[in-house]
Design a binder for this molecule. Structure first.
Ligand code: HEC
Length: 270
């Protein structure tokens, strides 16, 4: 063992392996232990550092004639000495095979899903048809609020919510229903400020009525699991569940005076 460690060739190998471990893992894992934020090291950076380390090692081993000769000796031995035939054969097969494999792996076409950029709150249409009736969304207020009392509507909305929406949007309205984790995008978290608080009730009505299938093109990819509730709920039930969403979370809906035509537009999701 000691004989090997004093040999410049094996010293060089040990230094390069140690350098690789430090560059590849040390930089990413040691700073966090000291409470410093860090990130994985890109392989191009590791390659660059390794080339620097190799240059340093080569300068060291070639610095005097004697060390340079000892350094080259094992390489030369494997290349020419008759009793190293087996080792030579193994190296001559594995090195080209490895290079070939790495090259193949680099150029091999890889199929990956396109990055999904979708607008969480696409601009709503100005009008929709709900069960054959045309509803003008712009300027539309929740008709159930008109009579001043929402107690009864709230009770209806609560029933509608717990019968239909809870499995996805959750008991606490926080997108924590037992199905929620199965979906991408995940259901909307109503409890979170900045979701329904940002929207007018007419926007919410449109989303509940038309669901994922009714999203316009900027809301794609079309993998929203939100059902189109117009097929299952009446207009009153949807307005009632909207009242429930706001009452239960304590948010107030955005109003038309504030937002004008482009209600709820914008908000890009990563
Ligand atoms: C099968 C699961 C599922 C059920 C059941 C479900 N939703 Fe959703 N909902 C989703 C998902 C997923 C999203 C997020 C993707 C999207 O915006 O389409 C969502 C989004 C929403 C939004 C967000 C609209 C926006 O643009 O921010 C509202 C409002 C909503 N749901 C209301 C309801 C109501 C009310 C019910 C019950 C009548 C309900 N959901 C039932 C899955 C569900």
């Amino acid at each position: 063992m000691g004989k090997y460690l004093r040999h410049p060739f094996w010293q060089a190998i040990v230094i390069l392996v140690a350098a690789y471990i430090v560059f590849k893992f040390g930089i990413a894992f040691v700073p966090p232990l000291l409470g410093i934020r860090s990130a994985p090291v890109p392989s191009s950076v590791v390659l660059q550092f390794m080339l620097t380390a190799l240059a340093g090692v080569l300068i060291y081993v070639s610095e005097n004639e004697e060390r340079w000769r000892t350094f080259k000796q094992p390489i030369r031995a494997v290349m020419v000495e008759p009793d190293k035939r087996v080792a030579r054969l193994i190296l001559l097969v594995t090195i080209p095979a490895l290079v070939g494999f790495i090259t193949f792996d680099r150029v091999r076409p890889k199929v990956s899903a396109p990055p999904s950029l979708r607008s969480i709150h696409p601009a709503p249409p100005t009008q929709i048809t709900f069960r054959g009736n045309t509803l003008r969304l712009t300027g539309l207020e929740n008709p159930l609020r008109a009579d001043g009392s929402i107690a009864e509507d709230l009770a209806v909305g609560r029933r509608v919510y717990y019968q239909n929406c809870m499995p996805c949007h959750g008991d606490a309205l926080a997108a924590d229903g037992y199905y929620a984790h199965g979906f991408s995008p995940i259901p909307l978290n109503f409890a979170d400020g900045g979701t329904i608080e940002q929207l007018t009730e007419s926007f919410v009505f449109w989303r509940i009525a038309k669901g994922g299938p009714g999203l316009p093109r900027e809301g794609t990819p079309w993998n929203s699991a939100m059902p189109a509730w117009e097929d299952f709920l009446t207009e009153e039930e949807i307005w009632a569940v909207i009242i429930f969403l706001y009452e239960q979370t304590g948010w107030s809906p955005r109003t038309w005076e504030e937002v004008g035509e482009a209600a709820g537009a914008g908000a890009e999701a990563p």
